[in-house]
Design a protein around this ligand. Structure first.
Ligand code: NAD
Length: 265
């Protein structure tokens, strides 16, 4: 698929991986629709894309709200009449162990709260579902050649301290196989679905993690010996857009991460 002239929506486009993906697609000639909750991030990324000669419009959305994802798709179709690429990068972490015991009594002092569980499910799973569903609808109804991504994580294997996050990321990794199976049965041949499962990427999300843990426990297990750059994820996404043989799978990009530990203390 040609990126030049295509139309791409990137949720979480106001920061981190979404920002890098949006900038790369725009520099390759795509018309980019930046969608994020954070208006300042949207304005900054849009202005940087435009200064570099690219095309971008913005829409402020909360991807957990059905009306907002509908508005996001409508913004793209009203402006450009088609949709070719959907990259739902909006995501959050709220790490913590299920139970934390009081050191003296051995009784439970703290537990993962329902709010901590639900917030991560709402953004990472329901937000992905709504973005993907509405993008697929628009691609079918406009007859657009399209690629829909899901953003999983290497922590889909089940990371200690991330029961909430890992639960969403294992689900995000299942979308491509299930959806392409369904599209095949429905004879929908114009849409591919591909998952990306990054390791630890140098974005604000990871900078918010326990840095001592990151440097002393995570990075020594990364064969590459450093965090992945968001631009390296963007590079993979543009390659997948162009190569139509890649479909119905979730691809890890981790720098060779082998897990040994957990995240939360
Ligand atoms: N950074 C990593 O190491 C890493 C690794 C694997 C997977 N991922 C995944 O990649 C995606 C992007 O992560 P990142 O590191 O770029 O994060 P980030 O925190 O840098 O950026 C996330 C963006 O999503 C936006 N956002 C959050 N909730 C939203 C909502 N409800 N509606 C709309 N926008 C919302 C934020 O405003 C922000 O701009 C996430 O799904 C994350 O789980 C990240």
């Amino acid at each position: 698929m040609e990126i030049k002239g295509s139309v791409a929506i990137i949720t979480g486009g106001g920061n981190g991986i979404g920002e890098a993906v949006a900038k790369r697609l725009a520099s390759d000639g795509a018309k980019v629709v930046l969608a994020d909750m954070n208006e300042d991030g949207l304005k900054r990324v849009q202005s940087e894309i435009k200064s570099a000669g690219g095309e971008a419009i913005t829409v402020q959305v909360n991807v957990t709200k059905e009306d907002d994802t509908a508005k996001m798709i409508k913004t793209a179709i009203d402006a450009y009449g088609k949709l070719n690429i959907m990259v739902p990068c909006a995501g959050i972490i709220k790490d913590g162990m299920l139970l934390t015991l009081d050191k003296e009594t051995g009784k439970v002092a703290k537990k993962m709260t329902l709010a901590q569980w639900q917030a991560v499910l709402d953004v990472n799973l329901t937000g992905t579902f709504l973005s993907v569903r509405d993008a697929a609808e628009a691609m079918v109804n406009t007859g657009s050649q399209g690629v829909i991504f899901t953003i999983s994580s290497v922590n889909k294997v089940g990371q200690i301290g991330q029961l909430n996050y890992s639960s969403t990321k294992v689900s995000d990794a299942l979308f491509p196989k299930i959806l392409i199976g369904e599209f095949n049965k429905r004879k929908i041949k114009n849409i591919r679905v591909v998952g990306i499962a990054p390791g630890y990427v140098g974005t604000p999300m990871v900078k918010g993690m326990d840095q001592k843990y990151l440097n002393e426990v995570v990075l020594p297990d990364v064969h590459l010996g450093r965090l992945i750059e968001p631009e390296e994820i963007a590079d993979l996404i543009t390659y997948i857009c162009k190569n139509e043989a890649i479909n119905a799978t979730t691809i890890e990009i981790t720098g060779g991460l082998c897990h040994t530990g957990g995240i939360a203390k």
